[in-house]
Design a protein around this ligand. Structure first.
Ligand code: E4P
Length: 218
């Protein structure tokens, strides 16, 4: 499973890219708004910092306007993936933008049927939102499992499953086990994947024992 980082924080992206743990970046209007900076500048900087795809989302809700915004976002850099919502106009825009050779990420997906429409519309990525379904007391990961099963059954389903709205390390593990192609993960959750108290405890006791020997490796 590939990892994207779900943030518009350029310092975090640079650090995680240098560590070699991320294959791409996803942003959304809320994440861009948090930076307080113009979207073009933020997306350009992110695209310069990482080779992989960088999702930038349209804010229009009507088809014609989505196309204009999608083209504008895609003109920022070659690795921009245009994000459109899982709405009727979004699926139409996905089809039109994909036919123009752009990568489209269909976002705000909450059902397998929306994923089917996205794949039919030529989406490069479908983003089922796990955490937001969990917030309602539902099993968000079930949608990822359903989309995986559909994709496995259907050779014409050429859309990568991008597990989104990932909130915990458990979500990351479950997404991988459900067969997601990619998980987009907030920086804090990504760092938490490395943590285990037994690792810290074991390291402390190894170092204490080593200190008693007085040896140095180099
Ligand atoms: C995905 O592309 C979205 O930006 C993101 O995963 C949304 O996550 P949230 O539900 O935690 O806001």
């Amino acid at each position: 499973m590939k990892f994207f980082v779900d943030t518009a924080d350029i310092a975090e992206i640079r650090e995680l890219a240098a560590a070699g743990v991320i294959d791409g970046v996803t942003t959304n209007p809320s994440l861009i708004a948090k930076t307080g900076r113009p979207i073009r500048d933020v997306i350009k900087e992110i695209c310069d910092a990482i080779e992989g795809p960088v999702s930038a989302e349209v804010t229009a809700i009507e088809f014609d306007r989505m196309l204009v915004e999608g083209e504008r976002l895609a003109s920022i850099a070659a690795n921009v993936a245009v994000k459109v919502p899982s709405t009727w106009d979004g699926f139409r825009a996905c089809r039109a933008l994909s036919e123009r050779g752009l990568k489209v990420n269909v976002t705000l997906c909450f059902s397998a049927n929306q994923a089917l429409l996205a794949a039919k519309a030529g989406a490069a990525y479908i983003s089922p939102f796990v955490g937001r379904l969990d917030d309602l007391g539902l099993d968000g990961m079930e949608v990822v499992r359903e989309i995986r099963a559909i994709s496995n059954n259907d050779p014409s389903f050429n859309t990568e499953i991008l597990a989104s709205s990932i909130r915990t390390p458990l979500h990351v593990k479950q997404a991988a086990m459900a067969g997601a192609d990619i998980a987009t993960v907030p920086p804090g959750v990504l760092r938490n994947l490395a943590k285990h108290p037994l690792t810290d405890k074991g390291l402390a006791s190894f170092l204490a024992d080593w200190g008693k020997t007085g040896q140095e490796i180099v």
